[in-house]
Ligand binder design. Structure first.
Ligand code: NAD
Length: 386
C-alpha cells in the first residue's frame, strides 16, 4: 500500500500532514510513502529529510495517481478533487458537517473520505488521534504570544531601578482545550489571569492552572452533550453579556475561545464592552471566522484598532503560524488513525469499531457516517452549505 503526503494549497497554510519521523513508522508497518515535492518545506521539513527516512519525492500528479491513501490537513480543494480517483482514500480534517455536499461529491467519485475531526474525543484510545485538541493546544499557546507581542507593556511583575511594572491582567473566555493552554501560557509569562466558561467543571481545571475563575450572578449552567457547551437562550446570552461587560473593562488582554458545536460562536465581548476598555488593551478572538466571532467587532483575519485604542486580533489559522510544532502533533494524530486501519500493510475498515464508524464518512460510493448522512436527507438540506 502506498500513502501519499500532499502539499497543502489553502492560502496561508504552512503545515504538512505527515512529518519525516512518521515515514519510518509507516515503513515499519509495510506501508510505502510518497511525498509531494516541497510538501513540508513551509514547516521546515525539507524533501531530503523525507527521502532519508525512506519516502519517495514525487510531483503532485504522480502523488495523486499513484497513492492508495492521500494524507492532508484540509478538505481537498476543487482542483485537488479532480486529481482523486475511485477507491482512493483521503484522510484529513474534512469538516463533513460543515459541508456535507462535498462529502456527497467524494462519495459520488467512489473516494473513501476519512475525517480526523470526527473521532469520538472521549474514548481513551482515540486521545492520540485527536487533532482538534492538538491544534487547539497550539492555537491557545500562540494566541497568548500574539497578545504579548501586540501589548505595549510587560506581562510579568517587574521591579527595576527604573520603576515597577505591574503584571498584565488577562481574561480568558472559554476554558476548553485552547483556553486551558492560553491560561497556562499567560501564567508562564507572569500575567494575572481570570477565566470564565459556562461549563461548571471548567472552574477546577482553570484554577489548577493558576487562574481565578469568574462566577457570574446569572450562574448559567451551559453544559451540553459530549463535554461541549450548549447554545444559550437569548435571555441567558443577554444576561451573560451584561455581566461580562463590567468584567472585561478591567482587563488589559482578553483571549476568547468560546465555541458551540454546529452553531455560530456566541458573542461574549460586545461593542459596548470594547468601548469601556483602556487604550492599549488587546483582544485576541480565537473563535472568529466567516460565521462571526466572540467579539462583536472582530473582522476575520484582520486586526482592528478601535477609536478608543483597543486592538482586536481575529486570526483565522493560528496553528499555521507555528507550522513545525503544529505539523509534528498533527502527524502523530493522523499516523495513529491510519495505523488503526492498517493490518499487514493493507487498509481494513471494521465498521463495528467506534472509531471507524465515526471517522469513515464515505465508503463504497455512499455517505456512510450517520451525522453527515442525516444532514443530506431532504428535510435537512436547507441547513447544508452548497
Ligand atoms: P470548544 O472549542 O467547542 O469550545 C471552547 C470552550 O468554549 C468550551 O469550554 C465551551 O464550554 C466554551 N463556551 C461555549 N459557549 C460559551 C459561552 N457562551 N460562554 C463561555 N464559554 C463558552 O471546546 P473544546 O476545547 O474542543 O473542548 C470542549 C470539551 O471537550 C472540553 O471539556 C474538553 O476537555 C473536552 N474534550 C474531552 C476530551 C476527552 O475526553 N478525551 C478530548 C477533547 C476535548
Amino acid at each position: 500500500m502506498r500513502v501519499g503526503v500532499a502539499k497543502e494549497t489553502a492560502p496561508g497554510e504552512r503545515r504538512v500532514a505527515l512529518v519525516p519521523e512518521a515515514v519510518e513508522k509507516l515503513r515499519a508497518a509495510d506501508v510505502s510513502v510518497l511525498v509531494e515535492r516541497g510538501a513540508g518545506a513551509e514547516a521546515w521539513f525539507p524533501d531530503i529529510d523525507y527521502a532519508e527516512a525512506g519516502a519517495k519525492i514525487v510531483t503532485a500528479s504522480a502523488l495523486y495517481s499513484q497513492s492508495d491513501v492521500i494524507l492532508k490537513i484540509h478538505r481537498p480543494s476543487p482542483v485537488e478533487m479532480k486529481l482523486l480517483h475511485q477507491n482512493q482514500v483521503v484522510i484529513g480534517m474534512l469538516a463533513p458537517l460543515l459541508d456535507p455536499a462535498a462529502m456527497a461529491a467524494l462519495a459520488g467519485m467512489g473516494v473513501v473520505a476519512v475525517s480526523l475531526d470526527a473521532i469520538p474525543r472521549t474514548l481513551s484510545r482515540s486521545q492520540g488521534m485527536d487533532a482538534l485538541s492538538s491544534q487547539a493546544n497550539v492555537a491557545g499557546y500562540k494566541a497568548v504570544l500574539v497578545a504579548a507581542e501586540a501589548y505595549g507593556r510587560y506581562f510579568p511583575l517587574l521591579t527595576t531601578p527604573a520603576g515597577t511594572a505591574r503584571p498584565a491582567n488577562v481574561l480568558v473566555l472559554g476554558v476548553g482545550v485552547a483556553g486551558l493552554q492560553a491560561i497556562a501560557t499567560a501564567r508562564r509569562l507572569g500575567a494575572q489571569i481570570k477565566a470564565y466558561d459556562v461549563r461548571p467543571e471548567t472552574r477546577e481545571q482553570a484554577e489548577s492552572l493558576g487562574a481565578q475563575f469568574i462566577t457570574l450572578r446569572s450562574a448559567i449552567d451551559g453544559a451540553g452533550q459530549g463535554g461541549y457547551a450548549r447554545a444559550l437562550t437569548e435571555q441567558e446570552q443577554a444576561a451573560q453579556q451584561d455581566e461580562l461587560n463590567d468584567v472585561i473593562a478591567s482587563h488589559d488582554i482578553v483571549i476568547t475561545t468560546a465555541q458551540v458545536p454546529g452553531r455560530r460562536p456566541p458573542v461574549l465581548v460586545t461593542a459596548a464592552a470594547v468601548e469601556c476598555m483602556k487604550a492599549g488593551s488587546i483582544i485576541v478572538d480565537m473563535a472568529a471566522s466567516d460565521l462571526g466571532g466572540n467579539c462583536e467587532l472582530s473582522k476575520p483575519g484582520k486586526v482592528t484598532i478601535t477609536p478608543n485604542g483597543v486592538a482586536i486580533h481575529a486570526p483565522l489559522n493560528l496553528p499555521a503560524s507555528m507550522p513545525t510544532g503544529a505539523s509534528a502533533f498533527y502527524s502523530r494524530n493522523i499516523l495513529n488513525l491510519l495505523l488503526n486501519y492498517v493490518t499487514l500493510g493493507e487498509l481494513r475498515f471494521d465498521f463495528e469499531d467506534e472509531v471507524t464508524a465515526a471517522t469513515v464518512i464515505t465508503y463504497g460510493g455512499k455517505v456512510v457516517q450517520e451525522a453527515t448522512r442525516k444532514l443530506l436527507q431532504p428535510a435537512s438540506r436547507g441547513g447544508a452549505k452548497a
